[in-house]
Write a protein that binds this ligand. Structure first.
Ligand SMILES: [Zn+2]
Length: 115
């Protein structure tokens, strides 16, 4: 699941500062999970992720990006080995980002571009 880091953050559920697991896709924070109660906050970072990805890709960015927007998961799994980004890593990131975005839609209001 992308890159995971730990940080001490305050949890609304626990009502105090606890150890949190931060799941990143590239440089973007996607999911924050309290390791004590399991309460997680997911962010819809799809737009920023695509922008970020553009900077990480070196060859034919426009064309690759159009394919990517249409079928993110299929695109990631079809990437050639020569790509700078490792396909399986990208696939994990895509699943993380799109999975979190799907969950945020279910919930209350959409969180906008927040860090
Ligand atoms: Zn908690």
């Amino acid at each position: 699941m992308g890159t995971v880091e730990h940080a001490t953050l305050s949890c609304h559920h626990c009502g105090e500062e606890t150890d949190h697991e931060l799941a990143y896709a590239g440089r973007l924070l996607v999911v924050t999970t309290c390791t004590r109660c399991g309460n997680s906050i997911e962010r819809d970072v799809r737009r920023r992720y695509v922008t970020d990805l553009r900077q990480r890709m070196t060859s034919k960015p426009g064309r690759m990006l159009r394919r990517f927007r249409r079928h993110p998961v299929g695109f990631a799994s079809s990437l050639p080995r020569t790509t700078v980004l490792k396909p399986w890593e990208l696939l994990e990131e895509v699943r993380l980002v799109w999975g979190a975005a799907a969950d945020t839609r279910k919930g209350e209001k959409r969180e906008r571009d927040q860090h």
